[in-house]
Ligand binder design. Structure first.
Ligand code: GMT
Length: 380
């Protein structure tokens, strides 16, 4: 199949999922065309089946807001025409599903019928999408998609609750390429980051408010009072500076390392003992899954779809959002005893195997097949 994937090219989970999916599809022999405003961060173009088409938005002074959707839908039309694309897979409803639908309608005028699969990722529904200023357009684009998928059951339920949805939503969970993690690092070079007796606790995100970054710091602060520990903060975002100030205020700056965005997530997680994810809302928690495949147990909130990934008392622990005291206690329960830690590590990796790409990719391929078969039925 020839598939055009539309996504955000940044470090966010939806972009990562879209990119990894595209790479896996290309490895299965499909021709994959990424259409976005920058080359996706995890995309290496060293594959005959992968193409990247950059969306340019010409600046025009009259426009207070430059019309990205317009440029994207035009680029999609051109790409479909030029490469004979069979279907569009758009990740993140805003504005991708909307732009994808416009492209589909423009192509239809020329007698080209192209199905569109929309994958909902979380904030496109739970934070941004439900805003009254966006809601009608988001509802419309979800209802007009040929197939809609959501990355967790929780996100599906939230979508049905928040929007007037007439379409079926299929849950296709996020995934991890287990084979890529099997025999990764023999020596994690843990000593680069911490002394031998120090536990390494890690948080990775885009440092937005929804990640509750101050909770990460406060949990760590409580833990480090009980056991020697270091905190690795990986990522960039609006809450980072405040987090650095909070560390100073608490007098723990020497124990917290801010690493910025990184393409070496596996290496960082390889020497991590525990992953913290106290998010306010989280449709899935891809970062938690990435931690688990790297044998890192997770102490998290029980928000959104996290309980579908992190299993209470097995791969880690879950608490109510904001319950910093319980999250710190849970972290200590795991870290204090090396045997307990080893058990949680084994459980984490075993659970991550459930989300192996080998199990998830066929679900997307089946969805594509259905969309292609239904294309003439839905053409009008
Ligand atoms: O979590 C973020 O801030 C990034 C966001 C995104 O749009 O890329 O992530 C969302 O999609 C990920 C991939 O499906 C999920 O694993 C994250 O849980 C979800 N984030 C939220 O729901 C807050």
């Amino acid at each position: 199949m020839k598939i055009a994937i539309v996504c955000y090219p940044t470090f966010g989970g939806s972009g990562v999922v879209a990119t990894e999916l595209g790479i896996a599809l290309a490895n299965r022999g499909h021709e994959v065309h990424f259409v976005t405003y920058k080359q996706p961060v995890r995309l290496e173009l060293l594959n005959n089946n992968i193409f990247f088409h950059e969306v340019h938005v010409p600046e025009y002074a009259l426009f207070h807001y430059q019309p990205y959707e317009l440029a994207l839908s035009s680029k999609l039309v051109d790409t479909v025409r030029l490469y004979g694309i069979d279907l569009l897979h758009v990740h993140y409803a805003i504005p991708h599903a909307y732009a994808g639908y416009m492209a589909k309608k423009m192509l239809q005028e020329e007698g080209i019928f192209i199905p569109m699969i929309t994958t909902l990722h979380g904030t496109d529904i739970t934070l941004v999408g439900k805003h009254p200023f966006y809601k009608p357009a988001v509802t419309f684009s979800i209802n007009k998609s040929d197939i809609v998928t959501s990355v967790s059951q929780n996100l599906k339920d939230a979508t049905l609750e928040l929007f007037d949805i007439e379409n079926t939503i299929e849950v296709i969970p996020n995934f991890i390429d287990v084979d890529n993690h099997d025999n990764n690092f023999t020596d994690c070079q843990r000593s680069m980051m911490a002394k031998e007796d120090e536990s390494i606790i890690t948080h990775i995100s885009n440092f937005r408010k929804v990640k509750r970054i101050p909770d990460v710091i406060k949990i760590f602060n409580k833990v480090q009072k009980e056991i020697p520990a270091k905190l690795l903060m990986v990522g960039e975002g609006p809450e980072k500076e405040k987090a650095e100030l909070l560390c100073e205020e608490l007098g723990i700056s020497d124990k917290v390392i801010f690493l910025g965005n990184s393409n070496q997530i596996d290496k960082i997680l390889c020497f991590s003992d525990l992953f913290l994810l106290p998010s306010e809302t989280e449709s899935f928690g891809l970062a938690a899954l990435e931690a688990m495949i790297n044998k890192t147990p997770v102490v998290s909130s029980n928000a959104g779809g996290i309980p579908e990934v992190n299993i209470q008392g097995v791969t880690g622990y879950l608490s109510d959002v904001g319950d910093v005291a319980e999250m710190a206690e849970n972290a200590l329960k795991i870290l204090r005893d090396t045997k307990v830690l080893a058990q949680f590590k084994d459980n984490a990796v075993a659970n991550a195997h459930k989300f192996d790409i080998k199990k998830i990719l066929p679900l997307y391929e089946a969805a594509y097949e259905r969309a292609l078969h239904a294309r003439f039925k839905n053409a009008h």
